[in-house]
Design a protein around this ligand. Structure first.
Ligand SMILES: [Zn+2]
Length: 402
């Protein structure tokens, strides 16, 4: 009666088998062990299944990097915090989709003697063994000279129209880029109660996107939408590819002085407004170092923070944007006495997009960190930023806000 019935069940079985196969359990990394001797340092990782590690070295500061296919770091016990010896510490997290990374900070040049994954012994898990041995700086530099990372070619920026305005979207909305600071292997600051900058900035960016888009006047693109590491230059590339007309980077710093609180708006400058702004920019620019990115092959223009002529006009617009932000945000939040400051932030270096970095508050301060997780406070911040953007576009010659 139904000659195709057999085929139906056969296909269903094959489909079920394929679905089961695609849901392969993620590898769990559960333990990190460190043994340091004068001649050899051994780091072991316990793994729930076999993975293929990729290891390499980076200089200044000295680091050994282990890349794994995406794994879950679920430590059964706290990571070692070595007070002496060649290993200074460990960082780990997602480096990019599909890749997890462990960065081993070294106090001296070391070479990788072996990196292999051993099958489980009796009652044990798979184990990755990384052996390091001291070498001279010259030998270290010669060893990393063999690495070949190719620098990405920056995409062509959108061309301004005749009246100097960036091309508008066909639906008339302005494109705003929100850049949640940090992510993945780079956690940013940690504050009161263990609150993490990378998680907070992502949540606030998502809230802010909803507020801005609800106005009908803005199209919002986030530089990251999950807990992944994005390089500073990639954030700028995302903004330019999306034809962003405004770039807002969101951060929340932490300081040793827990009494310090308040919001600050930063724009790019090759001369910092004050020593604190300078130190902050240095901390925020460290993302690449934290994540173990190889910068040796990058062109000096990209690596340098010097500002070229093309950026001058954008810098004036950025300063105006900051002025509007300070004016509106000061109605809702406590701003530092000097609400608008400037320094050499690498992430603000898009030559053609007015950019500002908002330090939302200090996670080291109890009031600031409590406030930043309150939905009502976030809504007020969102409304204030919406008003500042409206004013910015109204005040731009030839520009209209919605
Ligand atoms: Zn930050």
């Amino acid at each position: 009666m139904y000659p195709n019935r057999w085929w139906f069940w056969a296909s269903a079985l094959i489909l079920a088998w394929l679905l089961a196969g695609s849901a392969v359990a993620q590898t769990v990394v559960s333990r990190l062990n460190l043994v340091s001797g004068p001649e050899r340092t051994r780091i072991t990782l316990d793994l729930s299944q076999k993975v293929e590690p990729h290891t390499f070295l980076l200089a200044d500061p000295y680091r050994a990097v282990v890349d794994l296919p995406q794994v879950a770091f679920r430590w059964a016990e706290a990571l070692p915090t070595p007070a002496g010896g060649p290993v200074a510490g460990f960082r780990h997290g997602q480096f990019k989709p599909g890749t997890s990374r462990l960065v081993v900070d070294l106090r001296q040049p070391m070479q990788i003697v072996q990196a292999q994954v051993l099958p489980p012994g009796s009652g044990q898990s798979w184990r990755m063994v990384l052996d390091l041995a001291p070498i001279t700086r010259d030998a270290f530099l010669a060893a990393i000279g063999t690495s070949s990372a190719t620098a990405a070619v920056p995409p062509k920026p959108p061309q301004p129209t005749q009246d100097g305005q960036m091309p508008r979207r066909s639906d008339g909305r302005r494109t705003v880029i929100l850049d949640p600071g940090h992510g993945g292997i780079d956690p940013g600051a940690t504050g009161v109660g263990g609150i993490r900058e990378k998680a907070l900035t992502l949540e606030i960016a998502q809230d802010l996107k909803r507020v801005l888009e609800a106005s009908g006047r803005y199209h919002v693109v986030l530089t990251r939408t999950d807990d992944s590491f994005i390089r500073l230059r990639e954030r700028i590339q995302i903004a330019r590819q999306a034809q962003g007309e405004i770039f807002l980077s969101l951060h929340a710093d932490a300081l040793a002085d827990t009494n310090f609180r308040g919001m600050t708006i930063y724009t790019l400058s090759d001369k910092a407004s004050d020593a604190e702004a300078e130190a902050l920019a240095q901390r925020e620019n460290k993302a690449e170092l934290i994540a173990g990115v190889d910068l040796t092959d990058e062109s000096p223009e990209v690596a340098s923070i010097l500002i070229d002529l093309a950026q001058r006009e954008t810098m004036n617009l950025s300063a105006r944007l900051a002025g509007h932000l300070v004016q509106e945000l000061s109605k809702e939040a406590q701003l530092l006495r000097n609400g608008h400051r400037f320094a050499g932030f690498a992430v603000l270096k898009a030559p053609d997009i007015p950019s500002a970095l908002v330090e939302l508050g200090y996670l080291s301060n109890r009031q600031d960190s409590q406030q930043l997780v309150q939905p009502a406070y976030r809504r007020r911040l969102g409304q204030a930023i919406l008003r500042s953007l409206d004013q910015f576009f109204k005040s731009r010659p030839g520009g209209r806000a919605g």
